[in-house]
Design a protein around this ligand. Structure first.
Ligand SMILES: C[S@@+](CC[C@H](N)C(=O)[O-])C[C@H]1O[C@@H](n2cnc3c(N)ncnc32)[C@H](O)[C@@H]1O
Length: 298
């Protein structure tokens, strides 16, 4: 049956007549920030229905609150440093590695101050001591934390040749464990792999296109992996990842997760200590996210 409010016809005409002929801009202001929204379409959010108007205003109030909160965070954030533009594909450049960081082509791919955050992600992934898939070995911090907790099996996908060599040295201390390295990009290798009880995703953009598309212009860097995570998790399986969120989850981020997962658990880890020149994180907290697949077929 056609919807008289949206399809052409007499029903739609009556709704136009009931809507204001020219809508005033919606405005929310206070504490130094003013948001004005001009609605290009008189029927946007169906103003003749109370719910639509309410939701539009609530969305604006939320945006206003987010903006003020972003301002608060900016007041206490670290100076940070400018990230160098990658000169080529990350895997074509040698790594520079020490106890404090892993740098490739001027990118701070991983730093040791993330240790407590990685330990939290490892706790989530290893909670069931099951079959764990990890994307990105990096400095091996989360991988070591997973091994400290224990896992039935631990599969790691890593694409950088120097990092793969360090993995081989790290692996020696766990000679009696079921740990496997899959060499290459997850995009090229994941189809060959099976199902897991938990997945920990902590990769890094491999070129400028990936940086802009997935890191800068998406709700969270891991979003392009959500579908693959869901495909490779068993019923009730758990997904955790570098959240790219300071202390709460954006609504679009939350909706993107709910497309694939049934249940989301979040907490905040505080007291982190990034160095002043960190180019990818300038605050002392991170949101810790755990997303669970449905336990049934529904
Ligand atoms: C942020 S580090 C991982 C840090 C790690 N969680 C730790 O605790 O040390 C990212 C790693 O992912 C690898 N990587 C980036 N993109 C990848 C991809 N598409 N497939 C596989 N590995 C990738 C990088 O080479 C790097 O070693």
């Amino acid at each position: 049956m056609s919807d008289p409010q949206t399809k052409p016809g007499p029903g739609r005409l009556s709704s136009i007549l009931r809507a204001p002929s020219r809508r005033e801009p919606l405005i929310v202001e206070g504490s130094g920030a003013k948001i004005t929204v001009e609605l290009g379409d008189d029927l946007f959010c169906k103003p003749d229905r109370g719910y639509g108007e309410y939701v539009a205003r609530r969305t604006m109030r939320e945006f206003h609150a987010d903006l003020l909160h972003a301002n608060d965070i900016a007041q206490t954030s670290l100076p940070g440093s400018m990230r160098k533009i990658m000169s080529s594909e990350l895997i074509e450049q040698p790594e520079h590695y020490d106890d404090a960081e892993l740098v490739i082509d001027g990118q701070q791919v991983m730093q040791a101050w993330e240790h407590p955050y990685m330990a939290k992600l490892a706790e989530i992934a290893a909670a069931g001591r099951g079959d764990i898939l990890e994307i990105g070995f990096g400095m091996g911090i989360s991988a070591s934390a997973i091994q400290d907790l224990g896992a039935r099996s631990h599969t790691i996908i890593e694409c950088h040749p120097d990092v793969q060599r360090r993995f081989a040295a790290w692996r020696l201390q766990y000679h009696d464990r079921d740990i496997e390295l899959i060499e290459g990009r997850w995009q090229d290798r994941l189809d060959e792999l099976g199902q897991y009880d938990a997945i920990l995703f902590d990769a890094y953009p491999l070129n400028e296109r990936e940086w802009n598309e997935h890191y800068v212009n998406d709700v969270t860097y891991a979003r392009h992996f959500f579908e693959m995570a869901a495909k490779h998790l068993r019923k009730g399986g758990v997904f955790t990842y570098y959240s790219n969120e300071v202390d709460s989850m954006g609504r679009a981020h939350q909706r993107a997760l709910f497309e694939w997962f049934e249940e989301i658990t979040v907490s905040v880890i505080r007291g982190l200590n990034p160095p002043d020149d960190c180019h990818y994180w300038q605050t002392n907290s991170f949101l810790v996210i755990s997303a669970r697949m449905s336990r049934t077929d529904n």
